[in-house]
Ligand binder design. Structure first.
Ligand SMILES: *Cc1c(COP(=O)(O)O)cnc(C)c1O
Length: 481
């Protein structure tokens, strides 16, 4: 007990001191510097005192971590964490429960099931719903599509291996890349993922979906699942769920909704209606570690009908002896030993409460709206359409800079910012053009801080353009014209 207390006390003291003195999301150290530092550690010879190891980790890790809770970290779908979840994280790591079987977790299993049931009721699912915590949206998507595959194969006449080749998954080019990965892991054919066209905002076009479904049937292929996204990773768009659900119901096709990003709307006091239609999904991916402000990892797959989950149960005598009247979560999971991540969501709901959590997500969406308007008014920037959630895509493109030159400038600009460390933004390609991206997930970030980052981008962009004669002479001709 004494060594536990000393360990935790020293750790929290160190972290609190570091966080207080932080000024920027990243130190700006180069990969070569960090690689040399890490390589130089002799793992075969421990340090004399635990405190020495902690200091060493502070130097290697804390000094150069990317700090998501710094207000000028605006890059990826990472959140600053809800403090109550950290208390849960400390508890579940120390107790080390594994929520695969009841006899390794007892109330852990029951708490996880309550969080799943609570999430299902927020989704609008009925009493038949069920689900399981997973390691992340990637695994949740795989799990959802696995259930879809099993459901689909159960209704087909031929043998599994022949039928597998006929299965198709419908998604858009804005769907998460894990959908393609899942299709490959599930043994589907190389061209199993069929792209459905989107509207100009990047949302699945229901008419195009109807057409695709018809084409597939006519070709003797079997639509196994439609993947709709509630919060696309780049544009934050939400596919028209009610219309997609209509098509799926009419054609008896499994509807998987990937709400890894948009799931925070489930608790939003002002924007819950954006998820209308999600109650018609067969399976839903929820990433608590995105818009529920939970530490990595905390994700779930939730299904409308619990029976669909049972198709993948396998039996292991040492884990789930027959006839034992206890809930063994391993029957539903792709994992065996599994973290009790649900405790983090539980502590957050019992401390902050659902409304406050939803208000935090609403706040970052408001900030995205304000940032969008700021960009609209600025002649040096182009901005993609008005945001739905909390991502904003924009280009630093001062008057006179050709679009192609801008495409070459922006990745350099982004790298330059990262190497400086005072602000971090993401980058992505949409319709062949390179865009800078803000993903706003810090409820404490103020518009002034966004403005500050835009000024930094402008200054950095100007400096790069001014020095472009020597760096890449041919690139910025238009800018000098
Ligand atoms: C982040 C994300 C995923 C993947 O989730 P991980 O937790 O990173 O595995 C899947 N789908 C969407 C839409 C996402 O934004």
């Amino acid at each position: 007990m004494d060594s536990y207390r000393a360990c935790v006390d020293q750790t929290t003291a160190l972290l609190a001191e570091r966080v207080r003195s932080l000024q920027r999301p990243y130190s700006g150290a180069s990969l070569a510097q960090l690689q040399a530092m890490v390589d130089q550690i002799d793992l075969d010879h421990p340090l004399p005192e635990p405190a020495d190891a902690l200091q060493e980790v502070a130097r290697l890790y804390l000094d150069h971590a990317v700090w998501f809770h710094e207000p000028t970290y605006l890059a990826h779908l990472n959140c600053p964490v809800a403090i109550p979840a950290l208390s849960a994280e400390a508890l579940l790591a120390a107790v080390n429960s594994s929520v695969d079987t009841y006899d390794q977790s007892t109330t852990g299993t029951l708490i996880e099931q309550r969080i799943i049931d609570w999430t299902a009721s927020r989704l609008g699912f009925g009493p038949a719903a069920d689900g399981i915590f997973t390691s992340g949206g990637t695994q949740s998507n795989l799990h959802g599509l696995l259930l879809a595959r099993e459901q689909c194969l159960a209704g087909l006449p031929g043998d599994r291996h022949t039928e597998l080749a006929r299965l198709r998954v419908l998604a858009t080019d804005q769907s998460h890349f894990s959908v393609g990965k899942a299709a490959a892991l599930l043994g589907l054919s190389d061209n199993a993922v069929v792209t459905v066209a989107t509207d100009p905002l990047g949302r699945l076009d229901p008419a195009a979906l109807g057409g695709r479904l018809k084409e597939l049937r006519a070709a003797g292929l079997v639509p196994m699942a439609v993947v709709a996204t509630a919060g696309t990773t780049d544009l934050g768009r939400i596919d028209p769920l009610p219309d997609v659900a209509d098509h799926c119901r009419a054609q008896s096709v499994w509807l998987h909704v990937d709400a890894a990003y948009g799931c925070g709307l489930l608790v939003s006091p002002r924007r819950r209606r954006l998820l209308d239609g999600i109650e018609q999904a067969d399976s839903v991916t929820i990433d608590f570690h995105k818009s529920f402000f939970q530490p990595v990892s905390a994700s779930a797959i939730v299904v409308r009908d619990r029976l669909t989950m049972r198709r993948i149960s396998v039996h292991a005598d040492y884990l789930n002896p027959r006839g034992a009247p206890v809930p063994n979560q391993v029957d539903k999971s792709l994992q065996t030993t599994r973290r009790f991540d649900a405790l983090k969501v539980w502590m957050t709901l019992r401390t902050l409460g659902a409304d406050q959590l939803g208000e935090m997500f609403d706040r970052v969406i408001d900030l995205a709206d304000d940032s969008y308007r700021l960009l609209l008014r600025d002649a040096d920037f182009e901005v993609a359409g008005a945001p739905t959630l909390s991502t904003v895509l924009f280009r630093y493109r001062p008057p006179g800079l050709a679009a192609d030159d801008c495409d070459r400038l922006l990745p350099q600009l982004r790298d330059r910012l990262f190497a400086d460390g005072s602000a971090i933004v993401a980058g992505t390609t949409v319709a062949g053009r390179y865009w800078l991206k803000f993903t706003l997930l810090n409820p404490d970030t103020q518009l002034d801080q966004v403005r500050q980052v835009l000024e930094l981008i402008r200054d950095t962009g100007r400096a790069l353009l001014a020095h472009s004669d020597t760096a890449t002479p041919e690139v910025y001709v238009d800018a000098h014209a």
